[in-house]
Design a protein around this ligand. Structure first.
Ligand SMILES: CC(C)(COP(=O)(O)OP(=O)(O)OC[C@H]1O[C@@H](n2cnc3c(N)ncnc32)[C@H](O)[C@@H]1OP(=O)(O)O)[C@@H](O)C(=O)NCCC(=O)NCCS
Length: 335
């Protein structure tokens, strides 16, 4: 007797939520000692979107969820699981997934948050795919969403030029066949020895919020940019190459490379190592900056809007970020 029938899982739709307000490099020139030229040359970023005061991660996550449900014609009551990848939850508790469940009226769904910064969405995507793949669920929402402006110090030029708000949602469903979309192999890795190089020092159990932590601005993101950069340019291509090799693939088999949007130099270095021309690389960091767990669903949305994806295409996703953490994953596009 078989209790559950394993099946293929695929991405059936993509929704997004991006706040309309812009923070341009020219705006930042007035806030900290920096320049448009420096930011564009060192990061590739031209602007980021920021929420108006009071707009929360669950507000944006619910908007992105309703967007993908509308596009796919699935009703909120049919959603069974909601996974929200975020490091900027509305509150420490409850989980943002619970707030999203209530806001969209997904009355029969359970859910949880997944917190591993920039790698969050790719890890959540694979986690969600397991629940479809093992035959337990047919409609899983995986959301990557951030209000990074809530944890960024706009007096710190090392971080405030990089991050933005926004993200998106994917609906995962069973797939009739590999050519109609499926998840492939993945390779994930974390290295906690580099944890201090990108962190929010205060507000957790290590250093609960106090007047002193507030005065020292320790509730904001602190980053050793060079250390993170070095890890990223080494690790992201390494995982991609290892993943391709163990699947007997090369860069030329990839139709679209969708990397985490942290820094244009990290993206181009990875593409070069994979032997991929930039036409096969999704870049939208100039428009959104680094939205942490939000970058990959936003990148998928850009790929669809630019008609860069067609049924059967092989996608290579790559990520890296705080943890330190990194990952590479293969997927076949289904629509
Ligand atoms: C942050 C980052 C853009 C800085 O670029 P960089 O080329 O490494 O720059 P450095 O930190 O070496 O600094 C070079 C100089 O620029 C200065 N600088 C730093 N930020 C600046 C800014 N916003 N504007 C102008 N100058 C700046 C530094 O003070 C330094 O000056 P110095 O040489 O006089 O000391 C880069 O390190 C980076 O992108 N790192 C990875 C960050 C990341 O991806 N984080 C998210 C992970 S998911």
């Amino acid at each position: 007797m078989t209790l559950r029938k394993p099946t293929l899982a695929r991405i059936s739709g993509v929704g997004v939520a991006v706040p309309p307000k812009l923070l341009t490099n020219q705006d930042l020139e007035k806030m900290v000692e920096t320049s448009d030229d420096w930011i564009v040359e060192r990061t590739g970023i031209k602007q980021r979107h920021l929420v108006e005061h009071g707009v929360t991660t669950s507000d944006l996550a619910a908007e992105a969820a309703l967007d993908v449900l509308k596009k796919t014609g699935v009703s909120p009551e049919d959603v069974e699981l909601i996974i929200v990848a975020t490091i900027t939850p509305d509150m420490h508790l409850p989980a943002t997934a619970c707030l999203v469940q209530h806001k969209i009226g997904a009355t029969r769904a359970w859910g949880f948050d997944l917190s591993i910064a920039c790698s969050g969405f790719l890890y959540a995507l694979q986690t969600g795919a397991q629940f479809v793949g093992n035959g337990v669920h047919k409609n899983v929402l995986v959301i990557g969403m951030e209000v990074m402006s809530s944890i960024i110090d706009y007096t710190d030029r090392a971080t405030c030029i990089i991050f933005g708000d926004g993200g998106g949602a994917c609906l995962l469903q069973p797939s009739p066949s590999e050519q109609e979309g499926c998840f492939g192999d993945f390779l994930f890795e974390v290295d906690g020895s580099g944890g201090d190089s990108l962190c929010v020092p205060a507000g957790g159990s290590k250093m609960p919020t106090s007047q002193e932590t507030l005065d020292k601005r320790l509730h904001f993101v602190k980053q050793d940019g060079r250390a993170v950069f070095k890890y990223a340019v080494r690790k992201m291509p390494e995982l991609c190459v290892n993943l391709l090799e163990r699947n007997n693939l090369t860069g030329s088999d990839i139709d679209l490379f969708i990397p985490h949007q942290a820094n244009l130099r990290i993206i181009t270095a990875s593409a070069e190592r994979l032997g991929l021309p930039m036409e096969k690389v999704l870049v939208n960091i100039n428009e959104y900056g680094n939205t942490t767990a939000g970058t990959l669903p936003l990148a998928l949305d850009s790929a669809l809007k630019r008609n860069l994806l067609k049924k059967g295409d092989l996608i290579l996703f790559a990520t890296m970020g705080a943890g330190l953490s990194a990952g590479a994953a293969l997927a076949r596009w289904g629509f």
